[in-house]
Design a protein around this ligand. Structure first.
Ligand SMILES: Nc1ncnc2c1ncn2[C@@H]1O[C@H](COP(=O)(O)OP(=O)(O)O[C@H]2O[C@H](CO)[C@@H](O)[C@H](O)[C@H]2O)[C@@H](O)[C@H]1O
Length: 468
């Protein structure tokens, strides 16, 4: 069975968030299970593409409305990713030093058309085209409806929703850019008088998956306008929990962290990482260290961070270290607080993969007060590294973290407001004060298995069951 994953991001080639982690690891684990799983993504202008070699396997033009744009399909050479990687090089649109911008309609539309043009000519056509998020959302529609892709009508399509907040909608004025189709079917790409790629994917893909079972349920009542569509299509929707790449996220071999460790040496290993963090950011290593890593947006609860951190630092004897970037107003407010709580609180506003790994290896607790969390990988990385998660009970967090009071290993709050989060952080500090119990839990969480093994199999079983 041949599977082609289509995505805007893939670790380590280009990463903005968790989508890259999933697309950079799921195919590798699928290949280990005996299927052939490949990835196709845009060719961006970044450190990875500058420092690797690519072979051009075809050069042609892609038609976008009235324009014919140059397109090359490249293949990564000397590849040790665990899957074949193809890249769509459209120099005028995709070869940029960023992944996303405010004007991405043409970029990702051209990408999707170029992918399907290439699939038509591909020697070994896929049995399944597995699309990820709205940037690839029009592919199931185009394969089913566009005349030029009629040979692909029988190829199965899956769309995985990593985040339903973003849907990629654009005006019907641009419909002429989509390859010709029977216009009586235009309703398939419409949602609320706009062309909505995510809605089109939900309508046209043979199956729709979300990255956790709880998120699938939540989407029926909270999906940024797509609730009724998801309820209507629920028979073809299923939630499959993400796994993590246990080769990349391995405390024994992780090259980013200050000191490697095993479950047996977790105390000394984690101490060295914490001490490095505290020295680097001017914090006291004796105090419990709470961290956050991620995008500073409303979904992650980030608008509440300034208030939450202010209250927590005022009431509790703790340190907080934040790594993230996002909304400028939130970044500003979080940086302002560093003056008030110097020595107890610090931030790194930006993106830093190495620092993220060291935080997972050195912080005592990882904060995830998300409003919406389709799966969340951070809590799984934290668990594997021995950092105790403090989470809001939503989506994938609900599926992966059990509170210590229920015999579990983390701290879970069921409301999202300053008081509740600070109370939960206080419970965490009480555990920290009982070092014996604290160590017992750290030891336990490092043993939890969130590898891809079972989820990669679940996807393959789903592919095998595909019938239109
Ligand atoms: N400033 C920074 N510096 C360094 N590393 C940073 C960083 N900000 C984020 N990261 C890293 O990016 C990844 C974020 O993963 P998440 O799953 O938490 O989030 P995201 O919301 O992007 O993904 C969406 O897709 C994923 C995958 O399906 C779902 O788990 C999730 O719920 C959904 O919102 C982690 O690897 C994290 O370490």
């Amino acid at each position: 069975m041949n599977i082609l994953h289509v995505s805007a991001e893939c670790y380590p080639i280009a990463k903005v968030g968790g989508l890259a982690d999933v697309v950079g690891s799921l195919p590798k684990y699928q290949n280990k299970l005996g299927v052939t799983s490949e990835v196709v993504m845009p060719f961006y202008d970044n450190a990875f593409t500058k420092s690797n070699k690519f072979k051009t396997i075809s050069s042609s033009k892609v038609r976008l409305g009235v324009f014919d744009l140059d397109v090359n399909i490249l293949m990564l050479e000397n590849n040790d990713l665990g899957f074949d990687l193809f890249l769509v090089d459209i120099p005028t649109l995709l070869f940029k030093d960023y992944v996303y911008s405010p004007n991405d309609t043409e970029r990702f539309l051209a990408f999707q058309i170029a992918v399907l043009d290439w699939v038509l000519q591909k020697e070994k056509r896929p049995n399944v085209v597995h699309c990820h998020d709205h940037h690839t959302g029009l592919i199931p529609f185009m394969m089913d409806q566009c005349y030029k892709y009629s040979e692909l009508k029988t190829v199965a399509t899956i769309t995985t929703i990593h985040n339903a907040q973003y849907q990629g909608w654009f005006s019907h004025d641009k419909v002429y850019m989509i390859p010709e189709f029977d216009f009586t079917q235009v309703g398939l790409i419409d949602w609320n008088h706009q062309i909505n790629p995510l809605a089109a994917a939900i309508k046209c893909a043979w199956k729709v998956t979300t990255v956790s079972p709880s998120y699938m349920e939540e989407l029926k009542s909270n999906a940024n306008g797509l609730e009724s569509l998801l309820s209507h299509e629920s028979a073809k929707c299923v939630g499959i929990l993400n796994g993590i790449d246990t080769q990349v996220w391995n405390t024994e071999t992780d090259n980013y962290i200050i000191k490697n460790y095993t479950q047996k040496t977790l105390d000394t290993g984690r101490k060295a990482n914490k001490e490095w963090l505290c020295k680097e950011f001017g914090l006291d290593p004796k105090k419990p260290l709470f961290s956050f890593i991620g995008r500073l947006v409303g979904e992650k609860g980030a608008d509440l961070f300034p208030q939450i951190f202010d209250a927590a630092l005022h009431h509790l004897d703790i340190s907080i270290l934040l790594l993230g970037s996002g909304q400028k107003d939130i970044e500003g407010a979080l940086e302002m607080l560093t003056y008030k709580y110097k020595g107890d609180y610090s931030t790194y506003i930006g993106y830093d993969e190495r620092l993220a790994h060291i935080i997972y290896a050195g912080a005592d607790f990882l904060l995830m007060p998300s409003r919406v969390e389709p799966c969340g990988l951070n809590q799984m990385y934290a668990l594997r590294y021995g950092t105790i998660p403090v989470v809001n009970s939503v989506g994938g967090l609900k599926d992966t973290v059990i509170d210590v009071e229920g015999g579990g290993f983390g701290f879970v709050h069921h409301q999202l407001n300053t008081e509740t989060v600070v109370e939960t952080m206080q419970r965490a500090t009480e555990l920290y004060d009982d070092q014996k119990e604290f160590n017992k839990i750290r030891n336990l969480i490092m043993q939890i298995d969130h590898s891809w093994d079972s989820s990669a199999k679940a996807y393959i079983n789903l592919y095998k069951s595909l019938k239109k």
